[in-house]
Design a protein around this ligand. Sequence first.
Ligand code: ATP
Ligand code: MG
Length: 509
Amino acid sequence: MSEMVDRTEILKNKRLILEMKNMHKTFPGVKALDAAQLSLREGTVHALMGENGAGKSTLMKCLFGIFDEDEGDIFFDGKKFKVNNAKQALDHGISMVHQELNQVKDTRIMDNIWLGRFPKKILFVDEDKMFHDTKEIFESLDINLDPKRKVRTLSVSEAQMVEIAKAVSYNSKVIVLDEPTSSLTEKEVSHLFRIINNLKDKGAGIIYISHKMEEIKVISDEVTVMRDGKYIATLNSHEVTTDEIINLMVGRDLTNRFPPKHNEPGEVILEVKNIRSLVQPSVVDASFELRKGEILGVAGLVGSRRTELVETIFGSRHMEKGELILHGKPISNKHPEEAIKNGFALITEERRETGIFGVSNVTFNSIIANIGEYVKGPFLDEKKMVVDTDWVIDSMSVKTPSQKTTIATLSGGNQQKVIIGRWMLTEPEILLMDEPTRGIDVGAKYDIYELMIQLAEKEKGVIMVSSEMPELLGITDRILVMSNGRVAGIVDTKETTQEEILKLAAKYL
Ligand SMILES: Nc1ncnc2c1ncn2[C@@H]1O[C@H](COP(=O)(O)OP(=O)(O)OP(=O)(O)O)[C@@H](O)[C@H]1O
Ligand SMILES: [Mg+2]
C-alpha cells in the first residue's frame, strides 16, 4: 500500500510537459474527437488506450499538425503550441515513431538520422562527426548497430531503434510510439522497453499506443482511456486492473476475453504431408492433419516460418514438395485462385499492404473476394451487396459512417475488420488466418473469436497463426508449434502450458 501511495506522490510531483485540452475534430459523418484531452508528465510513460476508431491516432495527428483541430488547445512546456507539419513538431522536440517507417532505404543509418541537417566542415558533410555523434547516441541507448550500415538491411525492430535514436538526436521531450511492438519478438520488446525506461529516466515524456493489454501495466505509469472520441479517464497504471481498463474502453463489462466454445473436432478434413516451399525463407518440412470443426493454432517465434506455412498451403508461395489432401482427395492449390475454388481463404498478416483497396468504399472492400456471387446477368445485385456488407459491418462491429465511405478514412483497426469480414463472407471450408487480431481492440477480438467458433461449429476447419499466447491457449483445440521451418510438435491445448510451447519453439534453433 505504501508503495502505491509513493508512486502516486512521485507522479503528482512530475511537471506537465504536454497538455491537450477540449480537442474536437469532425470528419464527414464522424466526430473523431469530442472533447478529448491528454496530460503528459515529463519522465513518464503515458498509455493512450481505446477501441479501434476511438480517436487515438487522430489526437496524435492534431499534435503533429497533420490534422487541424476544429477546436481545442495544446500546451507544450506551458506555452501554446501549434505546428503545421511533423517536421516542425520535430524541430520543437516532439517526435513520433510510426508503425510504417518511411526511411530512405538505400542510404546509411547515419544519413537517415541527420537528413536535412548534416554536420558541415566548411562546405562538405563532416562524415567523422556524423559517425561519432550517431555512435554516441547509440551507446547511450544501448543500441548495437553500425551507423554506416544500409537502412535496407535492418529488421523492423532495428529500424524502429534507429527512429528512436533520431528522436533522441533532436533532443525530443515528447516521443509518441503508435503500436510499436506489433511485430517484435519477445527479446526485442524487452530491449525496446529498456530503451523507453532509459528515455524516461532522462526526463522525456512518452505517449504509448498499444492494443496489447499485457504490456500496459509493465511499461506505463499512467493510462488515458478514450471512447468514441471522448476523454473517459486518466488513471495510475499501477492502481488499475486490466479488466477495469477494458471496461472503460468498451463501456460495458467484458470480463470474459474468450467466448464459450462448443465445437467438436471430428474426422480429418485436410492432410498436409511433408510440404516444403522453395523460396527463402522456406518451410523445410511440415506435416499435420486438420479436423472438421477444429481450430488449430500455429505458434512459433518470429522467423519460424508460420506465415510461409499458411502461404504455401494457400498457393501464394510455391510448393516444391509435399501433398495436400482435402476430404481424402489430393488437391494442388498451385495459386490462390485455385485454393479459393477448393474452399480455402487466407487472411494475411500484412492486411494494410496486401488487402485494402484504399480508394474504394466499404462495400467494394467487403464483397470483392466473392464478386461472382453478385453478378446477375449484365447487372450487379445491389441489394445482396448491401445486405452482405451490412453483415460484415455488424458481425465485425466496423465503425464507419456508411457503406459508401472510402475505406482509407477508417481507423487502422476498422480497415482490418473489413478485410476479415470479407473472407468470412466467402464461407470457406478451410480458413487460414495469419495474426488475425493484430492491431485490433479487445471487443473486436471477441467478435473474431466468435466467428471462428461459429465456423468450427459448422464443421469447417480453422488454422490460426498467432504470437499471442493467451489467445492460442484461449481459443484453439490444438496448437502446432513451428521451429525454424519445421513442425516441432503438436499439442492438445487443454493439456499444454506456455512453457511447453516455448520449449518446442526453440527445438530446431
Ligand atoms: N482522414 C480521415 N477522414 C475521415 N475520417 C477519418 C479520417 N481519419 C480518421 N477518421 C475517422 O476518425 C475516427 C477515429 O479514427 P482514429 O484513426 O483516430 O482511431 P484510432 O483510435 O487510432 O483506432 P485504431 O486503434 O483502429 O488505430 C474513425 O471513425 C475514423 O474513421
Ligand atoms: Mg490508430
